[in-house]
Design a protein around this ligand. Structure first.
Ligand code: TRP
Length: 364
């Protein structure tokens, strides 16, 4: 989660693929609503801590929307991705539990959605071997997101796992034959890797048969959310409003949020990013229009804006937080959810690996 939110700089070619992906996503949305049964979603998160409002409006709410529309959803808790770029992994099992709580509290329904962890699905991980044979080291080095993550890791040497994690991510997607991957912009290069691997596998190892289909990305539409200090909301910057925060903590965080010296509240994202961001948060939570919210505040100043945003966030998250608190008392249930998800994921991965062994003439 931290690395996906590092604000990866984009090159010309990636803005081009972003534009293409944006157009394709809009068209896809219509097809999904018309025929949800044709789609299987896979997406996920690194278990590095609890989710925040940026995750919620960026991806989590969209996953719940897709699930409610009737799309089958697979969610990977990407524990092997946590060890790509850090020496100490932190409280991994605690972080997995927090993530699971956020998913369930937000409305992911484990009776239809499959929530699983990398480390519990050996056949998924084995797919990485044939997949690695289909990409060149030069290609991996060119991946802009990997490059940015390697830079963010500072002086630490680039690990083999960081260099190859886009291939592992291809295994995450292709093991269950997902055809739809809701992602943020920084993940688009990985989707391209997955698409290439699917095509190359079919060409090289399956005589052109459609063993794997290149999946589509479904781009997140929500605008990037800023944290309380006015930079991108991200756990590593300690500027987040976590879903699990209490109402008092939320009030305190927002009271300290950066604004500007102008008393009159206006919605001007370019000129007044911090004020616009608080308006955006309130708007997303209430379904109102940010410019209208600004008008309603007029010259009542930043304190009134913060009070409005606090009220909106607390109101919107109240049911989620209530469910989260209830669920957190039932660790047995959380364990069951993960066991069932891991069992389902193993079944899918074993079937896919079996098919891969067959077409690769490795069936003895
Ligand atoms: N890399 C993603 C992130 O950091 C998490 C992830 C792991 C993922 N496997 C995936 C996303 C497969 C989409 C598809 O947010």
């Amino acid at each position: 989660m931290t690395t996906s939110t590092t604000g990866v700089s984009t090159t010309d070619s990636s803005s081009e693929s972003f534009a293409v992906a944006a157009v394709r996503s809009a068209a896809l949305d219509e097809r999904i609503i018309a025929d949800p049964g044709r789609f299987r979603v896979l997406t996920g998160d690194r278990p590095t801590g609890p989710l925040h409002l940026g995750h919620y409006f960026g991806t989590l709410a969209n996953r719940v929307r897709l699930q409610r529309a009737g799309v089958e959803v697979f969610l990977v808790i990407a524990d092997y991705q946590v060890i790509t770029d850090r020496d100490s992994v932190g409280d991994l099992s605690g972080n997995v539990r927090e993530l699971l709580l956020d998913y369930l509290a937000a409305g992911i329904d484990p009776s239809t959605a499959t929530i699983f962890t990398h480390s519990a699905v050996p056949a998924l991980n084995q797919l990485m071997l044939p997949f690695l044979s289909l990409v060149s080291v030069a290609e991996l080095h060119r991946n802009p997101t990997v490059k940015a993550e390697a830079e963010a890791a500072g002086t630490r040497a680039l690990s083999g796992l960081l260099l190859t994690y886009p291939v592992h991510q291809a295994a995450d997607i292709l093991f269950c034959h997902a055809n739809l991957v809701p992602v943020g912009r920084d993940q688009l290069p990985h989707l391209e890797t997955t698409r290439s691997i699917a095509r190359r596998f079919n060409d090289r190892y399956a005589a052109g048969a459609d063993v794997f289909s290149p999946p589509d990305s479904l781009l997140t539409r929500a605008p990037a959310m800023l944290g309380t200090d006015g930079t991108k909301m991200s756990k590593s910057r300690r500027n987040t409003i976590d879903l699990r925060a209490t109402e008092d903590q939320t009030a305190q965080l927002l009271r300290r949020a950066k604004t500007d010296a102008e008393r009159n509240i206006t919605y001007e994202p370019q000129r007044r990013p911090e004020v616009a961001n608080l308006l955006l948060i309130a708007a997303l939570c209430t379904g109102a229009d940010p410019a209208e919210l600004a008008d309603s505040l007029g010259d009542r100043g930043a304190a009134a804006l913060k009070a409005l945003a606090t009220e909106a966030v607390n109101e919107h998250l109240r049911p989620l937080r209530r469910r989260r608190a209830e669920l957190s008392f039932d660790l047995g249930h959380l364990g069951d959810v993960l066991r069932v998800g891991n069992t389902r994921a193993n079944r899918a991965a074993e079937a896919t690996l079996e098919q891969v062994r067959q077409v690769m003439d490795m069936h003895y």
